[in-house]
Write a protein that binds this ligand. Structure first.
Ligand SMILES: CC(C)=CCC/C(C)=C/CC/C(C)=C/CC/C(C)=C/[C@@H]1[C@@H](COP(=O)(O)OP(=O)(O)O)[C@]1(C)CC/C=C(\C)CC/C=C(\C)CCC=C(C)C
Length: 596
């Protein structure tokens, strides 16, 4: 009896497991737990017979003085633990690195011209893996020095071939950070650990069944291939799982109901569905919407990565619609054009909500053709994919009312001196914020309620919607406080005239000198109101369904952090706007998630 093998675990495999677990703990979802458990079970079941065979054939051995003692089918307990911990570590590293990824973005539809290169890649991979299996079989049959390598190839090859055939397209499309990195990182680490274990004599590879080739001094080629192959299998398994989930979540027409933890049969079914069945318009809309989110809002992009399932996709669609509508109005070449956009958007909502039976805009030909004929190409998918079957129309019309206030600042023919300033008093400010952002809070919550499994009573929902609306106001006040100078450049002053008058000022004074020291006083007042609203509504978040609680907290906190940065001053400015540094944003998200 000895503790050498246990010592390897204590020093080299358990510490990374603890570090990764602590790092990922706030992000860990039920589906993650399912994925890891699934992978670990398969790894253990698939490795036991193979490993047992190798030990019985004395291809590798454990001196009795390095293991504690208990064995299963000749495999020491420490070795069994190795299967679990290695799979766990590689899986967690994959999860950490894949967290920001929106997997539907990497699904590829059957576009003419796209398939040929992918088929070539698939065939090349299949050919390579088939050759590995055949070479492995040959080496095993021949016996002697190639036996160990042969046994690795015939064992790992078929699993790799199976997973590659199912998920090759995803494996190729995903960024290297979530494929190559979680394979190569742990592989290199285990090569180093293995070298040390072999040198210490914790385990020994018997001569006669190994090639005697070393990758570096002390690392046998077979050991190197073994660790590379096992990490490839773990990552291929996880990628195949995510590929299946992406198909299940992206296409509600193909899979109307997706259980939180889909069965292996359903996962395989999703992987077997040919891309010819994919809804290409929906796929393209998801890609466009997530690109829009990524490029336009750092806070909500970060927050979106912690939402899961179809709620994440629908929130991105909602963001995309809000952003497109806001930009159409804000970036119109004249006030008249902007008003024209609001009329068109109103007509679009009228059409989308006139029929109660159809559940998706994409299935309403009159709405689709209205969109095609009246909106720029780049905005059309955002309008078509707004989940109107889940959202009530009231907040959407209100949002457009809010945009009208923005236009009331302008008057094409008016001289600068006779500009209009519609925010006369605090009530006007509250009404405006409620319209452009309170509504967004309400809409977000409607999506949360729809996608959540936990039941809430009508009065609980009403209370949450009220608080969500208030939280939206808080965020908008932060937005206004941040953008005083950029808004002034386009002739807008959201500081109520009554506040200005109390300081002997008029909106024109802000336009003339938005960076004057007195502006700071108004910024402080706006932030004070923002934080009062935020503190009033913050506790309501803990009454949200458990799966949405932490992600909503991240969305709110990462935006409110802009307010905290503004309060402290000395902030970074990007494109004229105060920003929260990336690391600080990540810390905020991590802290918000840790609150559960
Ligand atoms: C995670 C995710 C994808 C969330 C999407 C949230 C969403 C749909 C935002 C819409 C944003 C938008 C473009 C709205 C148009 C009107 C507008 C400009 C509103 C301002 C947003 C700022 O967005 P922007 O892209 O300009 O960001 P930058 O300033 O450039 O960084 C607003 C400040 C409003 C945002 C308001 C909300 C997101 C509502 C918040 C409330 C909740 C989430 C509910 C909280 C629940 C309880 C119970 C308290």
């Amino acid at each position: 009896m000895g503790f050498d093998y246990a010592w390897v675990h204590l020093n080299y495999t358990i510490p990374p497991a603890i570090i990764l677990s602590l790092l990922y703990r706030p992000f860990f979802t039920r589906i993650d737990a399912y994925k890891v458990l699934f992978l670990v079970s398969i790894a253990v079941i698939a490795t036991i017979p193979w490993d047992s065979y190798l030990i019985r054939r004395k291809i590798w051995t454990y001196p009795p003085n390095v293991i504690i003692g208990p064995t299963f089918l000749a495999i020491p307990a420490e070795e069994l633990f190795f299967f679990v911990i290695q799979t766990y570590n590689t899986a967690l590293l994959y999860l950490v690195l894949s967290k920001p990824i929106l997997h539907p973005n990497y699904l590829l539809g059957c576009f003419p011209g796209h398939q040929t290169p992918f088929k070539t890649i698939r065939n090349t991979g299949q050919f390579f893996l088939a050759v590995c299996i055949l070479v492995g079989g040959h080496l095993v049959r021949k016996g002697g020095e190639g036996t160990y390598l042969g046994l690795i190839l015939v064992w790992a090859g078929p699993f790799a071939l199976f997973l590659w055939s199912l998920a090759y397209q995803f494996l190729v499309a995903l960024p290297y950070t979530s494929t190559a990195l979680p394979i190569l990182g742990p592989t290199l680490y285990l090569w180093v650990v293995d070298t040390m274990a072999l040198r210490r004599g914790t385990w020994a590879i018997e001569s006669g069944t190994k090639l005697g080739i070393h990758v570096w001094e002390g690392l046998e080629i077979e050991e190197a291939v073994f660790f590379l192959a096992t990490n490839i299998l773990v990552v291929f398994g996880l990628v195949a799982f995510d590929n299946a989930m992406a198909v299940l979540l992206t296409f509600p027409r193909l899979f109307p109901q997706v259980p939180t933890l889909p069965s292996p049969v359903l996962l395989i079914e999703a992987l077997m569905i040919g891309c010819a069945k994919y809804d290409l318009a929906r796929l393209d809309a998801i890609k466009q919407a997530s690109r829009r989110l990524q490029s336009k809002s750092r806070s909500f992009y970060l927050a979106s990565s912690v939402f899961t399932g179809r709620l994440r996709i629908d929130l991105i669609f909602l963001y995309s619609f809000c952003r497109v509508a806001d930009d159409l109005v804000d970036e119109a070449s004249s006030e008249g054009d902007a008003r024209e956009w609001i009329i068109k958007l109103t007509k679009y909502l009228d059409l989308a909500y006139q029929s109660k039976e159809t559940w998706l805009i994409t299935e309403q030909p009159d709405v689709c053709s209205y969109i095609t004929n009246n909106f720029p190409e780049s905005t059309q998918s955002a309008l078509r994919l707004l989940p109107t079957h889940i959202l009530s129309f009231g907040p959407l019309y209100e949002l457009l009312e809010g945009f009208k206030t923005d236009l009331d600042f302008h008057s094409d023919n008016a001289a600068k001196s006779s500009r209009n300033f519609p925010i006369s008093n605090q009530q006007d400010l509250d009404r405006y914020c409620g319209r452009v952002a309170g509504t967004v809070g309400e809409l977000c919550l409607e999506l949360v309620f729809h996608h959540s499994k936990s039941p809430l009573t009508i009065s609980q929902k009403e209370n949450l919607v009220r608080e969500g609306g208030r939280m939206g106001v808080a965020l908008q006040l932060v937005n206004i406080a941040r953008d005083i100078a950029t808004d002034a450049k386009i002739g807008r002053v959201y500081i109520p005239k009554t506040w200005l008058k109390a300081q002997g000022l008029q909106p024109q004074d802000i336009l003339a000198n938005p960076d004057a020291s007195v502006t700071e006083r108004f910024r402080e007042s706006l932030l004070k109101r923002a934080f009062t609203a935020y503190l009033t509504s913050r506790d309501a978040i803990s009454q949200l369904p458990s799966d949405a609680r932490a992600p909503i907290r991240v969305a709110v906190e990462s935006y409110m952090e802009i307010g905290r940065v503004l309060v402290k001053k000395g902030y970074q400015v990007r494109e004229g706007k105060a920003t929260v540094p990336r690391l600080r944003r990540l810390k905020v998200a991590w802290k918000a998630l840790s609150q559960g």
